[in-house]
Design a protein. Sequence first.
Length: 135
Amino acid sequence: VVGLNFDFVLLNLTKHSSYLIYNATLYFSAAVQRQYYEKYGFGQMIPVAANDVAFSIHAVLLTAITLFQIMIYERGSQKISKVSTAIVSAVWLGAAVCLFIALPSHSWLWLISIFNSIQVFMTVIKYIPQGWIKS
């Protein structure tokens, strides 16, 4: 695949997956919404709407399809780098640790804020490999 860096796609899938977890949980979970209102006040609006959830589902689905196509079609010598694999592994391992930290106290709002932070972090770094291939 010429012009598309595989690391970008992997990092982008992690970004969109974490954003989907944040959006869907905040939109659908009454427990998380209650924690949100307790923290920010009952007059505040939940900052996630149905279109945010729909976008996240769409982004994860299409990015996963792109990654699947990368795996099944001719890709020459290009492959996903060890650095990107390590970053993604560390991110998901960190998220799993945060899940176990949140479990006893049911700190779901804190946990999904971690996923939102992952999304921001991945947004910052995901373009680096794509820019590298274009230079």
